[in-house]
Design a protein around this ligand. Structure first.
Ligand code: BGC
Length: 720
């Protein structure tokens, strides 16, 4: 009885607090609306239009007369970009070096939303210190074809993992009163012809695969700005796409913030203004010639665009500014603090994926090993800059070689050989592996490997090779790396291959011939320290692949269906909803490494999958519990993945879809009880006839696994 009374009191208290919070929130919202109304009344039409287009490479608007500050944007997503002059040249400041955070697919490989929040939070703090209003991040277009040059910037091929990370990144950035700008809206899945290609896509694929992370980042993450993509959807540029911007984003999702164009991605005045774009950005002056400058003013004067519409855009900008650079209680920004370095380290160390460890060469037996050959250009290369597009002037970046020297340099003789040259000059829109093996460098590497106990090879891509505005020609390893790997492996059987990249590569031959393979990324300021700690076992690897590695590029859905990069500037997304593992699993094609794959120095045993009910209503939540035992000698973090499969559906279904995951820390020998929740409404498919989400009644299989192809436990539930 007593507990019941306490419970009532507690519920009452919660209700009162929630009410208080809601009314405080409404008051704050009302105050902001009143402020916006008062400013709008004072602004002239010219001043309002001045807020709607670029005034510099990264700046727009402002109104000195009314104390409205300039809206300052900056890239993202690798960290806060350095200050640039007109024409993109460096401003050559000494005050704008920043923390280099691991790239998007690295963050996704952590499968850890808490780290996504920390990433956003710390980058937001640095943006605040630089007085930036809008961070042009996070970027999370779906990895549709592994060749896409921006795969390294994006997260995943899976909409669920994508959405979980996007929401946290946004909330982290915005906790610092800096607006996130989620990009690129939408279906910017290739760089070839990105400025002109038109994507033909089914409504179902759009809703189920390509939009969920955007929707979640607006509705759950409350992102204050969004960037329209360069490409067209169904023949209409994204920057003037009524369906995408007005109907879906501002209508269905109730977006209150700013639609910002990608740089130079606007093609009209009246259509863009009417169809949802709010702010036109671009790189080059004269800025009064922009579509949203003098031409917009003329269009208003000619009655083609209403003042009401201009007011709506100015209001949106003021609304964002009142939450950011005009807000009352902006936190103090901080640049490159040790805490930010710790975040970069945490992400890097949880992102590294152990692909193969057949001979247990890892973790390195540092008490027996006297000498190590560190081989490869990627051991000494940094990744904060390179290629076309956003980078960071890193305050520091620890290379792989420096990391190993930091950890082992005092006790182990470390010898370095370059092995290959990773210099790369791009040509056109396609990057193909440039020069081949360098026999002199390989001979040196072989000699070094022969003279040491262990050889660690650092190969893969680099930031010049994987780049914005270009796709790769194929998945082959560049710079003659395969020949180097073969030669070094023949010279020293204790060879460990570390592949560094932000996207899938063809490492089939290495998988076949080599015993020990580690995958690493463009892993931020603490790259080398994190990598060394994984190699010596201070960190037990826990990264899992955020996308499928095809055994052959031709197996990838858009390649198999000849649906990339399109013809006559049109690309038909023929694979529909079957993107990534959804395709491979449904078509029963064996990949090289599947979605969600990643080993550990320990092993985990899954048991006792149970659900809280057998049968559910549409409004219920399916609570699944499962026991995971760490059966090895090392403590470790395991990402438990829960997929759902629907047999006998009225529509085409993927073999399975990720619907929940969680990462747990399990001490050696112990068992964790893991709980995973799936709201039944998340089982819905998008019905193109009714234009609505439909949960089909019937049986669903729950599949819990270590990866999409290593399902350890399963169960069945019924939806009424
Ligand atoms: C990219 C955007 C970026 C913008 C500004 C464009 O080329 O697509 O992602 O934010 O440039 O640098």
């Amino acid at each position: 009885m007593k507990t019941k009374i306490y419970r009532y009191i507690l519920c009452g208290l919660f209700a009162v607090t929630a009410l208080n919070y809601a009314s405080a929130q409404t008051k704050a919202d009302n105050a902001i609306d009143a402020q916006i109304n008062s400013i709008i009344q004072k602004l002239t039409l010219e001043e309002k239009i001045n807020m709607l287009h670029a005034s510099g490479v990264f700046t727009a608007g402002g109104c000195k007369r009314l104390d409205i500050p300039v809206l300052k944007t900056d890239d993202g997503p690798l960290g806060v970009r350095e200050e640039v002059k007109e024409g993109w040249g460096s401003a050559n400041l000494t005050t704008d070096s920043a923390t280099f955070f691991p790239n998007g697919s690295a963050l996704a490989a952590t499968w850890n939303p808490e780290l996504a929040y920390r990433y956003g939070h710390d980058m937001g703090e640095e943006a605040r210190a630089r007085n930036i209003t809008v961070m042009l991040a996070p970027a999370f277009n779906i990895c549709r074809n592994p060749l896409c040059g921006r795969t390294y910037e994006y997260y995943s091929e899976d909409p669920f993992l994508n959405a979980k990370l996007a929401v946290q990144s946004v909330q982290g950035i915005q906790s610092q009163h800096v607006a996130a700008c989620v990009k690129h809206f939408a279906v910017n899945n290739q760089e070839i012809n990105r400025g002109s290609v038109s994507v033909d896509i089914s409504e179902r694929a759009l809703r189920e695969i390509y939009l969920p992370a955007f929707k979640a980042s607006i509705i759950e993450g409350n992102a204050w700005t969004i960037m329209s993509a360069y490409n067209k959807i169904r023949d209409v540029y994204c920057s003037e796409n009524d369906y995408l911007l007005n109907k879906i984003l501002k209508g269905e999702w109730g977006f209150k913030g700013i639609v910002i164009s990608d740089w130079g991605g606007v093609h009209s005045t009246v259509a863009a203004a009417k169809n949802g774009l709010d702010l036109e950005m671009g790189s080059n002056p004269p800025y009064n010639t922009y579509y949203f400058a003098d031409k917009l003013l003329d269009s208003v004067k000619a009655g083609k665009v209403s003042v009401k519409l201009i007011d709506d855009k100015a209001r949106r900008i003021l609304w964002v500014q009142l939450h950011t650079n005009m807000s009352q209680n902006q936190p103090e920004g901080k640049m490159s603090t040790p805490d930010h370095g710790q975040t970069a380290y945490a992400i890097a160390s949880e992102s590294i994926v152990l692909l193969k460890n057949e001979k247990n060469l890892l973790p390195l037996n540092t008490s027996d090993i006297k000498s190590i050959a560190v081989i490869g250009d990627n051991a000494t290369r940094t990744f904060h800059l390179g290629g076309f597009g956003a980078g960071v002037k890193a305050r520091y970046e620890i290379t792989a070689l420096a990391g190993l020297q930091n950890r082992l340099g005092k006790t182990i003789d470390i010898k370095y050989a370059q092995g290959y040259t990773g210099d790369y000059k791009a040509h056109g829109q396609v990057n193909s592996p440039s020069h081949g093996p360098d026999t002199a460098l390989i001979a040196q590497a072989v000699a070094t490997a022969k003279s040491t106990d262990v050889a660690i090879l650092f190969i893969g891509g680099n930031r010049d090779f994987e780049s914005e505005s270009r796709d790769r020609k194929d998945l082959s390893l560049p710079f003659g790396e395969q020949t180097l790997v073969d030669a070094v492996t023949a010279a020293n059987p204790n060879t460990i291959v570390v592949v560094v990249g932000g996207a899938p590569y063809d490492i089939g031959q290495i998988k076949k011939n080599n015993s020990t393979i580690v995958w690493s990324w463009y892993n931020g300021s603490e790259n080398g320290n994190a990598l060394a700690d994984v190699l010596i076992g201070k960190i037990n690897p826990s990264g899992k692949m955020p996308f499928t590695f095809p055994a052959d590029l031709k197996d990838s859905p858009s390649e198999a269906l000849n649906a990339y990069p399109g013809e006559n500037l049109k690309v038909d997304y023929k694979e529909g909803i079957l993107v990534g593992y959804r395709w491979f699993d449904t078509k029963k094609i064996e990949p090289l490494y599947c979605f969600g794959y990643g080993l550990s120095y320990t092993d985990y045993n899954y048991s006792d999958l149970a659900t809280n009910q057998k049968s559910y209503k549409a409004s219920d939540v399916i609570t699944t519990t499962i026991k995971v035992k760490n059966t090895g000698k090392y403590a470790g973090k395991e990402t438990v993945q829960l997929y759902v499969s629907k047999d006998g559906s009225a529509v085409e279904r993927a073999d399975k879809e990720l619907k929940a995951f969680t990462k747990v820390n399990i001490p050696a020998g112990e068992t964790a009880s893991v709980t995973l929740s799936i709201p039944v409404k998340d089982l819905a498919y998008y019905n193109e006839k009714s234009n609505s989400w439909v949960v089909e009644p019937g049986k669903y299989k729950l599949l819990a696994g270590k990866s999409s192809r290593d399902i350890a436990q399963s169960g069945t539930i019924t939806v009424e």
